[in-house]
Design a protein around this ligand. Structure first.
Ligand code: PLP
Length: 433
């Protein structure tokens, strides 16, 4: 499979290069040159396939010769060694729970698959690889836990001091080994600017390969389609799928799966008040905005990084995208109310992100009475105990995976904001290799 740069279609690379670069130097996203169609035999077998088995088939189509099939098998078996759970919430609604991985959020799927690709690539030469990531919370934890102990790869995570929750901070700072947490005296935007500038300067570094692990890496996007095949395989064709969206990677992966032939009836893009995409779907005008803080904070994105990819899946055809995707947005009051009401009505406990998806599905089903659907729950409610416990009056059980992080010892490198500081840090550490 070849990948092209969305900003300059003449630039073509293979899977490996697209993954190792993350983004092209002109900040263009890599996009597969076509969405492969899966054949009837695959769909016939789907109901009995496990998630790793699906990953091997679909992942191999996207990776082509850059990852041999037996390596793909190993990557998928190691990455997806935790359950994906589908539950019936009421007669018309199923939930797809993607939060049973090590950091209790769906980002584990993409991060662990990407780490597996890096493990393989780094076994093929003796270059040192450095993965840089700026995080406002969840991404850093998933990357840290996924890359822990991967040989030949160092991970440097920049986070804004005092602006992530203590659980999130522990997920970044207690692992050690090849994971370094850099605590920046500044904002998330400062962290991002520092990563960008280090990547821009990376052409001058011949001794190491620098890359970014943010959500636009194609190796994080592709595995996010695997669980949609699994969900439809388990529950049957023809359902509506509602995805809680921020950077729009998760729903883009669903759109790609649908385009490959998967029987998803319709997609719902559900957001908090950061509503640029629902507005676009309604008006045709895309107006990126400054992000607004909400209780579904992993979706506080004003200019979604994967929006161009989502449009591309529909050949940039507005009629095609609006025919297949509906958008709905909800404010914090509505999200809070829904968490309480759904708990009362069904006994199902939602986190704020899952609640947005559940609301989006309800909104669509209200106008399409014959349909049923699946909404996606992306974070464990225990990560948002302060919010959900008062709404439901129930204490939330903390999963063991999260509990382990509460005990570790924090270690971080303190750094002032500013691109030159991260550059100097990299110079210091890697100059003599
Ligand atoms: C990142 C994240 C989202 C948004 O996913 P996108 O792919 O960026 O749209 C939703 N929920 C949770 C819990 C997340 O961490």
């Amino acid at each position: 499979m070849k990948y092209y740069n969305l900003k300059d279609r003449r630039v073509i690379t293979g899977f490996r290069e697209a993954v190792e670069r993350g983004i092209s130097p002109d900040m263009g996203l890599f996009m597969p040159e076509r969405i492969p169609r899966l054949d009837d035999a695959f769909f016939r077998q789907l109901p009995s396939m496990t998630l790793p088995e699906i990953g091997i088939e679909v992942g191999s189509l996207y990776a082509g010769d850059d990852i041999p099939r037996k390596v793909m098998r190993q990557i998928c078996e190691e990455a997806f060694d935790f359950p994906v759970v589908i539950r019936q919430v009421d007669e018309r609604k199923l939930v797809l729970e993607l939060f049973h991985g090590p950091t209790a959020a769906f980002k584990d799927f993409g991060a662990r698959f990407m780490a597996g690709c890096f493990r393989y690539f780094s076994s093929r030469d003796d270059k040192r690889r450095v993965v840089l990531v700026a995080t406002s919370g969840d991404t850093g934890g998933a990357i840290a836990s996924s890359f822990l102990g991967v040989e030949g790869v160092d991970v440097i995570i920049l986070y804004p001091s005092g602006k992530v929750s203590s659980l999130q901070e522990n997920q970044l700072t207690t692992l050690g080994r090849n994971i370094t947490a850099v605590e920046v005296d500044g904002s998330f935007d400062d962290c991002q600017a520092m990563v960008k500038s280090a990547l821009a300067g990376s052409a001058n570094r011949t001794n190491l390969k620098l890359t970014s692990a943010n959500s636009i890496n194609i190796a994080r996007l592709i595995p996010q389609s695997f669980y949609y095949y699994y969900a439809i395989g388990c529950s049957g064709n023809g359902r509506v799928l509602s995805v809680p969206s921020g950077n729009f990677g998760n729903i883009t992966a669903a759109a790609m799966a649908r385009r490959s032939g998967l029987g998803i009836d319709h997609l719902v893009a559900a957001t908090n008040v950061n509503r640029v995409v629902p507005d676009y779907l309604k008006t045709g005008i895309y107006a990126p905005a400054v992000s607004v803080a909400t209780i579904a904070n992993a979706m506080d994105v004003g200019n979604p990084g994967n929006f161009d990819r989502l449009r591309r899946v529909f050949d940039d055809d507005y009629g095609a995208i609006t025919g297949s995707v509906s958008g709905y947005w909800f404010d914090d009051d509505r999200i809070r109310e829904h968490i309480g009401q759904e708990y009362q009505r069904t006994g199902y406990l939602l986190d704020p992100h899952g609640a947005v998806a559940s609301l989006g599905l309800d909104a669509y089903l209200e106008h399409h009475p014959g349909s049923g659907g699946i909404f996606v729950a992306t974070a464990h409610p225990a990560k948002f105990r302060d919010i959900v416990e008062p709404l439901t009056g129930q204490t939330v059980e903390i999963p063991d995976s999260l509990r382990n992080f509460l005990a570790g010892k924090k270690q971080s490198v303190k750094m002032k904001a500013g691109p030159q500081n991260i550059e100097e840090y990299l110079d210091d550490i890697y100059q003599n290799e």
